[in-house]
Ligand binder design. Structure first.
Ligand code: FE
Ligand code: FE
Ligand code: ZN
Length: 280
């Protein structure tokens, strides 16, 4: 069965997200752990979490994907900003233990003139500080479009981070179709080759989730502008090949397309219809 959902607002709590997900035909979802621009997280409502867990069990909503605020920069030149990123992520991870076995995705960061090499060093040492042996959450590095000085625009950069993380068994990768296409990986005409390269450089066993987005811009444009499925430069045919690819088809897919709930429901239905169930 296709595991698919979309990004949902977390403002009304977990049970509300679970119910929304089910109402639009989703069986998983992504949410921001706090205001995407950072800042303090609301106190966790444990009654809501307990109610959500019962609901999720009943509706098969596991695993879900938490997304760190995108303004955090784990490789900022400023030590205070790095510390803020580390503290925020550590706090998110502690809270996520109330939802055991979740995934936590973050943007590796922007090195801003320090060079990718230094960025990689800073990101991995921050991860080495916050990953705890008892933690059940898998932390995912997101593949980036390479806008500005983003680290993670190549598979090699992600591999370099993973290589330096001691508890790398707690780490994985989230592949964003818009970002890799923007980063110059031609998933439209060379999906097999791109995935072979991913396997060679990072290892497909590291791949835990896919952000399923179309792109407003052409291959290699490094702009990071998502588009509705089928309305961008990736196109429906390529996105359908992604969800059906033998190396990807068992992974959870998350839409981050410019949509309201109704639009998401439509895209989810469209992808479900395009998914080829395995013959018994
Ligand atoms: Fe993201
Ligand atoms: Fe994404
Ligand atoms: Zn993006």
């Amino acid at each position: 069965m296709l595991k698919i959902g979309c990004h949902l607002s977390s403002s009304k709590g977990f049970l509300a997200m679970g119910k929304t997900a089910v109402s639009i035909g989703a069986n998983t979802f992504q949410f921001f752990t706090r205001n995407p621009r950072g800042g303090k997280a609301k106190e966790l409502d444990l009654t809501d979490v307990a109610a959500y867990r019962a609901f999720a069990e009943e509706h098969g909503l596991f695993p879900i994907l938490a997304h760190a605020p995108y303004t955090l920069n784990a490789c900022a030149a400023d030590e205070g900003l790095r510390e803020f990123a580390g503290n925020t992520m550590a706090d998110d991870l502690a809270r996520l233990e109330h939802l055991p076995g979740s995934m936590y995705n973050f943007h590796p960061g922007s090195h801003v003139q320090q060079g990718a090499e230094r960025g990689i060093e800073l990101i991995s040492s921050l991860l080495n500080e916050i990953l705890k042996p008892e933690q059940t959450t898998t932390v995912l590095l997101e593949t980036m479009a390479g806008k500005g000085s983003e680290v993670g625009k190549t598979f090699q950069e992600l591999r370099a981070i993973l290589d330096r993380v001691e508890r790398s068994d707690q780490m994985g990768v989230c592949l964003d179709t818009c970002h890799v296409f923007d980063g110059g990986y031609d998933i439209v005409s060379r999906l097999d080759e791109v995935l072979e390269e991913f396997d060679r450089v990072i290892g497909l066993s590291r791949l835990r989730a896919v952000h399923l987005n179309d792109s407003k811009n052409p291959l290699g444009s490094h702009k990071d502008r998502h588009e509705k499925l089928g309305e961008g430069n990736i196109g429906l045919q390529a996105l359908e090949a992604v969800i059906n690819h033998p190396a990807l088809r068992e992974l959870p897919f998350y839409l981050e397309t410019p949509n309201e709930l109704e639009g998401y429901a439509g895209e989810i239905a469209m992808m479900k219809a395009a998914y080829r169930e395995k013959e018994a």
